[in-house]
Design a protein around this ligand. Structure first.
Ligand code: HEC
Ligand SMILES: [Cu+2]
Length: 321
C-alpha cells in the first residue's frame, strides 16, 4: 500500500505535477504547526501540572504569544490561498494548447465519452455519428485533451488521481477539465461524488496510447462500435435499452444495470445462466421468453414479451460476442 496519494507518489500528467509542490509545502507547514501546538501542549502539561508540593497555576493573557498565534496562521492561510489560486489558474486553463475535445456525459451510473470526428487526420467517426465509449477514454500521450462535462441526473465527479485535477459534472451546466498523460499506460479512477446506489460501480479508466498507435486503436474501436450498432440489430438494441433488461444488465455504452450478469459477451459464452447450452438463437429465445421455466427460482423475472420482441432482442444479443 503506497502511503502517499497517487498524484504525489506517481504523478503521470502535468496537472498532477502542478499540484505536487503545493502538496508538499502545505504538508510541511502542517507538520510544523502540529509539532509546535502539540509540543507546547505536552510541555505545558508536564511542566505546570499539579503534583505533591506544587499547585497547578493558571495564566491569563500574553500579548506577544497571542499576536504570534494570530499573525502566523493568518500569513499561512493567505499564502495557501494565493498559491492555490495560482495553481488553479494553470489547471483551469483548458484551452491553451488543447488538441482534442471530448464530451463527457455522466449519468447514474456511468460515464460516456463522445469523441470528436477526427484527431490529427485519424478518423474517429463511426457509421452513425461520433464514436462513443463508456467507462473508458482512450487518449494519445502528451496531448492536451479538453473534457466538456455534463450530467443527466445528479452531480457526479470526474477524477483520475494519477493525472490530477478533479471536476464535477453538473446537470444543466457544462464544466471543463484538461486531461493529459505523460506516458502510455492505464490510469484508473472513479466517480468522486456520491450519486446513489451504484456510485461505487461508476468506474473510470484512462488509456493513454503512444501517438503512433492511436490510429490503430481508433480503427478497432470504430469496428467494435459499428458491429454493436449495426442497422440490422438496431430494433433489438433499442428494445433492450428501453425494456426492463436495461435496469438489470450492463452492456457498456448501452445499459448499466448490475442485478444480472453483464451481457457484453453473451454470444460467446458456453451457456445461458449456467444451465442452457449452447448459446444460440433457439436457447436465447427460450430463456428470454420464460427464464423461470428454464431455471426455476432464478432471479430473472418472466417479462411476458411477445414473440416478435423476443426475436429482435435475440438477434441483437447474438452480436454481443
Ligand atoms: C429483475 C432483473 C432482470 C431483468 C429485468 C432481466 N434480467 Fe436477465 N438476468 C437477470 C439475472 C439475475 C440473471 C442471472 C440468472 C441466473 O443465473 O439464474 C439474468 C440472466 C440473463 C441472461 C443469461 C446471462 C448469462 O450470463 O448466462 C440473459 C441472456 C438475460 N438475462 C437476458 C435478459 C434480457 C434480454 C432481458 C430483457 C428482456 C432481461 N434479461 C431482463 C436479471 C434480470
Ligand atoms: Cu456518479
Amino acid at each position: 500500500m503506497p502511503v502517499l496519494p497517487p498524484w504525489v507518489s506517481d504523478p503521470a500528467g502535468p496537472a498532477a505535477r502542478e499540484i505536487v509542490p503545493l502538496y508538499w509545502f502545505m504538508f510541511a507547514l502542517a507538520v510544523i504547526v502540529l509539532a509546535i501546538v502539540d509540543g507546547g501542549l505536552i510541555y505545558a502539561g508536564i511542566k505546570y501540572r499539579e503534583r505533591p508540593g506544587v499547585a497547578a497555576k493558571q495564566f491569563h493573557g500574553h500579548n506577544l504569544l497571542e499576536l504570534a498565534w494570530t499573525v502566523i496562521p493568518t500569513i499561512m492561510v493567505v499564502s495557501f490561498a494565493v498559491l492555490s489560486f495560482q495553481r488553479l489558474l494553470v489547471l483551469n486553463d483548458v484551452n491553451t494548447g488543447t488538441e482534442m475535445v471530448v464530451k463527457v456525459h455522466a449519468r447514474q451510473w456511468q460515464f460516456t465519452f463522445e469523441y470528436p470526428r477526427e484527431f490529427k487526420g485519424t478518423s474517429l467517426a463511426t457509421s452513425d455519428g461520433p464514436l462513443t465509449q463508456t467507462e473508458r477514454i482512450d487518449i494519445p500521450v502528451n496531448t492536451k485533451v479538453k473534457l466538456e462535462l455534463t450530467a443527466e441526473d445528479v452531480i457526479h465527479s470526474f477524477w483520475i488521481p494519477n493525472l490530477g485535477g478533479k471536476m464535477d459534472a453538473i446537470p444543466g451546466r457544462t464544466t471543463y477539465l484538461s486531461l493529459q498523460a505523460d506516458r502510455a499506460g492505464q490510469f484508473k479512477g472513479q466517480c468522486f461524488e456520491f450519486c446513489g446506489d451504484g456510485h461505487a460501480d461508476m468506474l473510470l479508466l484512462v488509456v493513454a496510447h503512444e501517438t503512433s498507435e492511436y490510429a490503430t486503436w481508433a480503427k478497432t474501436a470504430i469496428a467494435d462500435y459499428d458491429r454493436r450498432n449495426s442497422p440490422e440489430t438496431k430494433a433489438g438494441r433499442e428494445l433492450f435499452k428501453s425494456l426492463a433488461c436495461a435496469g438489470c444488465h450492463i452492456i457498456p455504452g448501452l445499459t448499466a444495470g448490475r442485478v444480472g450478469p453483464p451481457l457484453t459477451n453473451i454470444a460467446s459464452k458456453p451457456n445461458i445462466a449456467g444451465v442452457l447450452s449452447p448459446v444460440n438463437e433457439e436457447n436465447l429465445r427460450k430463456w428470454i421468453s420464460n427464464p423461470q421455466a428454464v431455471k426455476p427460482g432464478t432471479q430473472m423475472p418472466n417479462l411476458g414479451l411477445d414473440a416478435d420482441t423476443v426475436t429482435k432482442i435475440t438477434q441483437f444479443l447474438l452480436t454481443q460476442k
